[in-house]
Design a binder for this molecule. Structure first.
Ligand code: 5GP
Ligand code: MN
Length: 338
């Protein structure tokens, strides 16, 4: 492990840098990666942002998003970029498994490695590691990193907009994982010129009709409430994916609607994708869904927001969840909203 002074030495001359983030990139993955991309570009480095898979249309507006390379779409070209890279910056993920084949490639390369992340239990991946599991978002940590670096370019409006995007998406517009320090950071971003109303509109108020109909379908036809366990379930099968023409990002945020129910402390959303069932977990208060995701569904994440997957049928994924849920009954009953 090295200190930030060593990072400064590494970046004191123009370097070839790759920035990576997790599969199914969200606002924090995009915000942190693009903020870092803009900042390093200003310092004169040659920088490429690489994601394993495509990102949702709700982030197409972000400056620099059109320059992001997608490993699923052009693996050979990207292998070439990885071979030429000298510095690897891993943002918003805690294990190379989260980025599949891209992770294998990164492991083979020889880089100065940097990890900036807020997920629980980070693997010791970086020569330099900035991991804070109490942080709201990786964007909050990128801001902290840039401040601590001190003599790099200042956070300008473009970078501030990227960071604000990750902060509002990961906190659900300041509902989760907030701290006084976060609000101070956000105040700084406002001072720099961030137009929070406009960004909110761009990110959260640009749905298409089919998105709202899909939400209605989940609530009306694909919801199950397990009262005894204060748990709510949504699920979508392959047919639903066709009927609603579900694209990347279209299911984002839907799981949170279950938490609107007074008696629901744990929310789970099962989606039957091409080869796997993708699962999102959310919870209120001190009940940890990270634990269930990690123990039974090959996943992980945070206490109140986790994810995982299941390699068999949709029905068997839901059955498995119902089978293990009784193990958590006492914890669910005990847990309080804090
Ligand atoms: P979401 O439900 O929005 O896809 O993910 C919620 C949180 O769980 C995110 O912090 C994400 O990084 C984490 N997560 C989602 N899917 C997986 C997964 O398959 N494995 C692990 N380890 N974490 C996941
Ligand atoms: Mn994040």
């Amino acid at each position: 492990m090295v200190e930030i002074e060593q990072v400064k030495k590494e970046l004191s001359r123009p370097r070839n840098v790759v920035i990576t983030s997790h599969r199914n990139p969200d606002g924090d993955a995009l915000g942190s990666s693009l903020a870092m991309w803009h900042w390093l570009n200003q310092m004169g480095h040659k920088v490429t942002v690489i994601f394993p898979s495509e990102y949702p249309a709700s982030f197409f507006w972000m400056k620099g998003a059109d320059q992001i390379r997608i490993y699923d779409l052009e693996p050979e070209e990207i292998d070439g970029i990885l071979e030429a890279a000298e510095v690897s910056i891993m943002l918003d993920y805690n294990s190379l498994q989260r980025i599949d084949k891209l992770g294998e490639k990164l492991q083979q390369g020889s880089y100065f490695n940097m990890l900036i992340d807020h997920h629980l239990y980070p693997d010791p991946l970086g020569d330099y590691i900035l991991s804070d599991t109490t942080a709201s978002s990786t964007c909050e940590l990128v801001y902290r990193f840039i401040k601590e670096y001190a003599d790099g370019p200042p956070v300008d409006l473009t970078i501030a907009e990227c960071l604000y995007t990750g902060i509002i998406t990961d906190t659900g517009s300041f509902q989760y994982a907030t701290s006084a320090a976060l609000f101070r950071t956000v105040a700084d971003l406002k001072d720099i010129g961030v137009d929070n109303h406009y960004l909110h509109q761009l990110i959260f108020q640009t749905l298409e009709e089919k998105n709202l109909r899909l939400l209605g379908h989940c609530i009306y036809n694909r919801m199950e409430i397990l009262e005894e366990y204060q748990t709510g379930i949504f699920f979508l099968n392959k047919h639903d994916f066709q009927v609603f023409d579900i694209q990347r990002g279209d299911t984002e945020g839907i799981v949170n609607y279950l938490l609107k129910l007074k008696n629901v402390k744990c929310a789970v959303f099962f989606r039957q994708q091409q080869t796997i069932v993708k699962i999102s977990f959310r919870s209120k208060g001190d009940f940890s869904v990270e634990e269930i995701a990690k123990t039974y569904f090959n996943g992980g994440g945070h206490k109140n927001a986790a994810g995982g997957y299941w390699k068999k049928s949709l029905a068997s994924a839901i059955d498995k969840f119902k089978e293990v849920l009784p193990e958590y009954k006492t914890e669910l009953e005990k847990s309080i909203y804090t």
